[in-house]
Design a protein around this ligand. Structure first.
Ligand code: HEM
Length: 417
């Protein structure tokens, strides 16, 4: 059976999911609602020289495809830009675009640095940095939460973990900001490519340095790691550093920004957080569902696969839409309501299955500390202007969030204890 590709209504057909501008110009909640209901397997047309691809929007289908690394491959790319270009030059070396036994082995090596035990030291720093940055901003009263807090915490965290000197954090932040998304509507694709290449070059130097001067950081651990008796090559390490810095920065940053914007409009939920009637962990899961900072990931089919009553053919590109699955009302009661006490909460913000986000523990820690700092040091906050959305077909978020905070003096006083 195949899925009808003719007679697609204008509201669906007019949305070009490759074009970053679409996400700002269309009512995407309405779009996804209709896709889930009527076109759960939709054939996105070939446009502007790009090939066509499948769009999967229901929670159950997205989960099933994430889990299936036998019939789907990540080695032809896992994001639209590389899938549409025909492949990823880091395939077989960078964790997210590696399949099979090599993926398992590499993941085990990298998990050594991401287990809760290995992250205990990082946890203390995340808590310290978050409390300091959030309280300083609240004391200042007003500012851009995106630039002053949310941009700093994730990059500092991953940077510290990897062993990036603090003096280089800002340089890397500027590069990560233009690698996957852009502040500008018409950023040339070459700019993103240049930024990504600069990150790779930066890490080549750092890896060479750590081979000479080992330190207590992830890069050094990777330089000393082996898979089946063979040490990781410099290129293996560089690709994975690149993936960690990109994977760990923008995702958490957009979740934090979205959380402050959302809570500024949800006084009842904010109150529940303040008075402790919802657990921080539960609230953290709901803001992760709500923000859905990575809109989609993708795969290429290795064989024909039945999905949502249709057939994806071997060789086809399939995109999995977390942002849609996270609002699927067959899984979430009242999905368009923020409920910080939501339980269970089977969001797929971190993906699912063999490629489930390796940084999920770290990201959850960051979000939890941010929520805790906000509720301890502030009685409330409101926006003082319009947020600015980013342009991306991968990430969902904002690059500017002007906020006025009301301090909780008693909470702030506990800082000096
Ligand atoms: C994988 C989302 C934070 C590193 C993934 C995947 C998703 C995701 C959806 C699955 C990709 C796929 O199936 O192709 C997020 C979100 C985050 C976050 C929403 C924050 C809110 C982090 C952090 C790090 C990280 C903090 C590291 C410092 C990675 C890596 C993978 C991955 C290396 C590849 C895992 C594999 O292929 O086995 N992430 N991530 N992420 N993430 Fe995250």
């Amino acid at each position: 059976m195949s899925v009808p590709t003719t007679d697609i209504p204008e509201e669906i057909a007019s949305v070009n999911l490759v074009d970053p501008k679409s996400y700002l110009e269309h009512d995407m909640d309405a779009y996804w609602r209709r896709m889930r209901a009527e076109y759960p397997l939709y054939r996105h047309p070939a446009l502007d020289g790009n090939p066509g691809f499948w769009v999967v929007s229901r929670h159950a289908d997205v989960m099933a495809l994430y889990r299936d690394n036998q019939r789907l491959t990540s080695e032809k790319g896992n994001v639209l830009v590389t899938l549409l270009a025909g492949g990823d030059s880091a395939a077989g070396q960078m964790l997210a675009v590696t399949d099979g036994q090599r993926h398992k082995d590499l993941r085990n090596v990298m998990l050594n640095s991401f287990s809760p035990r290995a992250l205990a030291k990082v946890a203390e720093r995340v808590r310290y940095n978050t409390r300091r940055l959030v309280s300083e901003m609240i004391r200042r009263g007003e500012g851009d939460f995106a630039a002053e807090v949310a941009s700093v915490i994730p990059l500092t965290t991953v940077g510290d973990l990897l062993g990036v000197p603090a003096s280089d954090h800002e340089f890397l932040l500027n590069l990560t900001k233009s690698s996957l998304s852009s502040d500008e509507a018409d950023q040339a694709p070459e700019d993103a490519l240049l930024a990504r290449n600069e990150i790779l070059l930066y890490f080549s130097d750092l890896v060479a340095d750590r081979r000479e001067n080992p330190q207590d950081d992830v890069i050094t651990t990777l330089t000393q790691s082996e898979i089946r008796g063979v040490p990781l090559s410099d290129q293996d390490i560089v690709f994975n550093c690149y993936s960690l810095i990109l994977g760990g920065d923008e995702t958490s940053r957009h979740t934090m920004i979205d959380t402050v914007r959302t809570l500024s409009r949800e006084p009842e939920q904010w109150q529940r957080l303040r008075d402790g009637s919802v657990a921080l962990e539960t609230a953290g899961e709901e803001v992760l569902r709500w923000a859905s900072p990575v809109m989609n990931f993708g795969r290429r089919a290795l064989v024909d696969i039945e999905v949502a009553g249709g057939t994806v053919r071997a060789g086809d590109i399939v995109t999995l839409w977390n942002i849609s699955a996270n609002r699927d009302d067959t899984v979430f009661d009242d999905p368009f309501t923020l409920d910080l006490g939501r339980h269970p909460n089977k969001h797929i913000t971190f993906g699912y299955g063999p490629h489930f986000c390796i940084g999920a523990f770290l990201a959850r820690m960051e979000i939890k500390e941010m929520l805790d700092a906000l509720r301890t040091f502030s009685t409330g906050f409101e926006l003082t202007g319009e947020p600015r959305r980013i342009h991306s077909n991968l990430m969902n978020g904002m690059s500017y969030l002007p906020v006025r905070f009301h301090p909780d003096e008693a909470g702030l006083a506990t800082l000096d204890d």
